[in-house]
Design a protein around this ligand. Structure first.
Ligand SMILES: *[C@@H]1O[C@H](CO)[C@@H](O)[C@H](O)[C@H]1NC(C)=O
Ligand SMILES: *[C@@H]1O[C@H](CO)[C@@H](O)[C@H](O)[C@H]1NC(C)=O
Ligand SMILES: *[C@@H]1O[C@H](CO)[C@@H](O)[C@H](O)[C@H]1NC(C)=O
Ligand SMILES: *[C@@H]1O[C@H](CO)[C@@H](O)[C@H](O)[C@H]1NC(C)=O
Ligand SMILES: *[C@@H]1O[C@H](CO)[C@@H](O)[C@H](O)[C@H]1NC(C)=O
Ligand SMILES: *[C@@H]1O[C@H](CO)[C@@H](O)[C@H](O)[C@H]1NC(C)=O
Ligand SMILES: *[C@@H]1O[C@H](CO)[C@@H](O)[C@H](O)[C@H]1NC(C)=O
Ligand SMILES: *[C@@H]1O[C@H](CO)[C@@H](O)[C@H](O)[C@H]1NC(C)=O
Ligand SMILES: *[C@@H]1O[C@H](CO)[C@@H](O)[C@H](O)[C@H]1NC(C)=O
Ligand SMILES: *[C@@H]1O[C@H](CO)[C@@H](O)[C@H](O)[C@H]1NC(C)=O
Length: 399
């Protein structure tokens, strides 16, 4: 220990005499000259930060590896940040609040532990020729990027892509995502395509216009689709969801195609998707939590259902008499549906699990006659075509 104490200052002096190729913690650069002073450092040991007041273009040319982080936080006057040889950043590549940064050029960059970019309102593209293939965690929030060309990962722990208003294309070769994927509030026409993704721990997609995950076979945790703009969503190879699966407020969605889905260990929720009329999970056997469908649908098809451990709630403004008649006999503690059973059609407002009296079973309307209730629901549903008299007739029929 005593020897080491003397050694450290000696090394620091030697370092200062030659190029400063290491920093006990962080070296802070203020100018282009500070950056070019590092050009003989093939490996920089430590972290590099760009000072807040920097106005020069910063070129970290010559450096191939930074063993710590590269950080530019609140450098509001910088327009260009580059590094012609930088291949590896062992820790974080953090860019935050760089108001006028328009050029980010790292043509050799391929591996970064963490990409953490927030508030880059002038950044429209990346000049990453090789492309980042390895990153533990990626968070890209509030940029003007139109594509993520230059970031093409094969694996990632977690990835958040949000509030990038011009981003219309997210397409990555990722095979698995070990923690989470969150995509939300990007370009109005954004498509999310993960052709090779086989499994993910957790996926949340909001405000997406198209989604493609043809290879997705399982989720350890949950997957949720919220307020998306697509008309169809498909997961042709998905068999298992370890947590919950949710489809909420996807207003244009008319088609859910999950033909191989057998097991959802948590809840299965299809709620407030205004346009969907027909819900079918042809291979679904087990739901570990609640099965909760509410909306305007008229058809629910679950031919292989064997075990619903939680509540079972179907509520629709449409006529679901056929569905209620089919599922009601499957309820009961030793039966397929073990939790609280509720099923109601022809409702003016629909709600989730727990909003109806347990045991409710009235597919077409709140009256007990299914013939009357189904015609009432049809009249209401097609009132645009049949006119006011149809609605009036339906109301009198119900009384
Ligand atoms: C950003 O830097 C400016 C000076 O350049 C400073 O006045 C401001 O407080 C900083 N903001 C944050 C959030 O650090
Ligand atoms: C994760 O995906 C990568 C790339 O496709 C693959 O090489 C690796 O074997 C996968 N790991 C697991 C555990 O599935
Ligand atoms: C939306 O993106 C698709 C391709 O993903 C394209 O064909 C279509 O023209 C785009 N629509 C608009 C309005 O930009
Ligand atoms: C779907 O799963 C099957 C068997 O698990 C596999 O052979 C096939 O390649 C998968 N399809 C895609 C598009 O990944
Ligand atoms: C998640 O699922 C994948 C694929 O089934 C599996 O390889 C991985 O070990 C699981 N991860 C955890 C943490 O359970
Ligand atoms: C996992 O996904 C579900 C459904 O999208 C979401 O509600 C939850 O917040 C996600 N959890 C994490 C840690 O991303
Ligand atoms: C995006 O999704 C969120 C949450 O699901 C929702 O509140 C928001 O209104 C959506 N934005 C748009 C533009 O649809
Ligand atoms: C629903 O989407 C699937 C593929 O995603 C397609 O094969 C099928 O024809 C669609 N069904 C309807 C009724 O549009
Ligand atoms: C569905 O919409 C209603 C009314 O806007 C709202 O109260 C309810 O919370 C929504 N349900 C879900 C699951 O978002
Ligand atoms: C049912 O459809 C009507 C009109 O299309 C819409 O206003 C309402 O929000 C929908 N309800 C649900 C729960 O999707």
């Amino acid at each position: 220990m005593a020897a080491l104490r003397y050694l450290v200052p000696a090394l620091a002096v030697a370092g200062r005499a030659a190029a400063q190729c290491s920093a006990a913690a962080t070296t802070t650069l203020q100018s282009a000259a500070d950056a070019s002073a590092l050009s003989s450092c093939s490996t920089f040991s430590g972290s590099i930060a760009i000072a807040t007041g920097t106005t020069d273009a910063i070129a970290l040319d010559g450096i191939t590896r930074i063993t710590g982080s590269l950080v530019a936080d609140n450098v509001t006057q910088i327009t260009q940040l580059s590094g012609d040889s930088l291949a590896i950043i062992d820790d974080s590549f953090t860019l935050n609040s760089l108001t006028i940064l328009s050029t980010l050029s790292f043509p050799r960059l391929e591996s970064v532990a963490t990409i953490d970019w927030t508030a880059l309102p002038a950044l429209q593209g990346l000049s990453f020729t090789t492309g980042v293939q390895t990153a533990g965690s990626v968070s890209i929030i509030n940029t003007q990027l139109a594509t993520l060309d230059g970031i093409d990962l094969t694996t990632v722990d977690s990835m958040t892509i949000s509030n990038n208003d011009y981003l219309d294309d997210i397409n990555m070769q990722i095979g698995n995502i070990s923690t989470s994927l969150i995509i939300e509030a990007n370009g109005r026409n954004v498509s999310a395509s993960f052709p090779n993704l086989e499994w993910a721990y957790n996926i949340t997609l909001r405000n997406v216009t198209a989604v493609s995950m043809p290879s997705l076979a399982s989720l350890n945790g949950s997957m949720g689709f919220y307020a998306n703009f697509f008309t169809s969503v498909a997961a042709p190879n998905l068999t298992t969801v370890g947590g919950s699966l949710s489809f909420v407020s996807n207003e244009d969605m008319t088609n859910i195609t999950f033909p191989e889905l057998k097991t959802v260990s948590g809840g299965l929720q299809v709620a407030n998707n205004t346009a969907i009329k027909s819900i079918s999970f042809p291979a679904l056997e087990t739901v570990g939590g609640a099965l909760d469908f509410n909306g305007n649908f008229t058809s629910v098809t679950l031919p292989d259902l064997e075990d619903v451990k939680g509540a079972f709630n179907l509520q629709s403004s449409g006529d679901i008499d056929t569905a209620c008649s089919h599922f009601e006999p499957l309820s009961g503690s030793n039966n397929v549906i073990k939790g609280t059973y509720t099923c109601a059609g022809g409702e003016s407002t629909v709600g989730g699990t727990g909003t109806l009296t347990p045991g409710t079973n009235s597919g077409g309307s709140s009256t007990s006659s299914s013939a009357t209730s189904s015609s009432a629901a049809n009249a209401v549903l097609f009132s645009g075509a049949t006119g006011l008299m149809g609605v009036v007739a339906a109301i009198f029929g119900m009384l």
